[in-house]
Design a protein around this ligand. Structure first.
Ligand code: ZN
Length: 239
């Protein structure tokens, strides 16, 4: 049976003499794995359209198991992103977490579109040489991705007691699922990472803005560092 997918290549692994297994996040079937036979032979034509971080229309023939990739037509190869080391480092780091957190064969068009938009905006920032934006984009993507998975980071009220977050010494607790007020963060009752008020504002903007406009957020390096510590801790906690 032949299946057509619109998918984004996440990673690939060499198997056997000349074959590869690809992990692809597809619109129609969520994360799938499939085999490309003979793809590492010099004359293999498919390889160039199955590079990591490529959006393509992919044909897979399958009766059971992994099936076989028989065709791939590139829709977007994100060429600027692929030529930018800063962008690639951040995107590969995102893909590592993404691959761990999404289950096989669980389709979700919101997550597919979010991933696609992330690569599109990272490609634009790479073309414009906005090197400082790639970490911001990764953290924004992670916050939005976790939200879509059902792990929304709590940024509007204290994640422990529910009170309004006023200025002061705020904390972050992955165990509680978000930001803690000064009383909960500093009372010694809970283990919390200190987080700046501006970092909390940036995380709110992540959740309220479209992926395609996240690059417009202006953030100081120290606040972004605070966001990074919180978001990375939060995604590790939910892995
Ligand atoms: Zn509290």
């Amino acid at each position: 049976m032949e299946y057509k997918y619109t998918g984004i290549i996440l990673n690939k692994r060499d198997v056997g003499e000349t074959d590869r297994i690809y992990t692809i996040y597809t619109l129609e079937g969520g994360k799938i794995r499939s085999l490309a036979k003979g793809i590492r032979k010099p004359e293999a034509k498919l390889a160039s359209s199955l590079e990591n971080i490529t959006l393509a229309d992919i044909t897979i023939v399958r009766t059971k198991g992994l099936g076989k990739i028989t065709g791939s037509i590139i829709e977007n190869s994100f060429p600027n992103l692929k030529n930018d080391c800063d962008a690639l480092l951040e995107v590969f780091s995102s893909i590592g977490v993404f691959d761990k957190l999404v289950d096989l064969e669980s389709a979700d068009d919101r997550i597919f579109n979010l991933l696609k938009e992330y690569f599109e905006v990272a490609d634009i920032c790479a073309r414009k040489n906005l090197r400082e934006k790639h970490q911001l984009l990764r953290l924004g993507f992670m916050a939005k991705f976790m939200f879509e998975l059902g792990y929304a980071v709590g940024v509007d009220s204290c994640a422990a007691c529910g009170s309004v977050l006023s200025r002061g010494s705020l904390g972050f607790s992955s165990k509680h699922g978000g930001v803690l007020c000064e009383k909960c963060a500093c009372g010694g009752k809970f283990l919390a990472i200190p987080i700046s008020v501006n970092a909390v504002k940036i995380m709110r903007l992540f959740l309220r803005s479209k992926m395609s406009s996240l690059y417009k957020i202006q953030a100081l390096q120290k606040d972004l560092a605070s966001v990074r510590i919180a978001i990375e801790d939060f995604s590790r906690w939910n892995m």
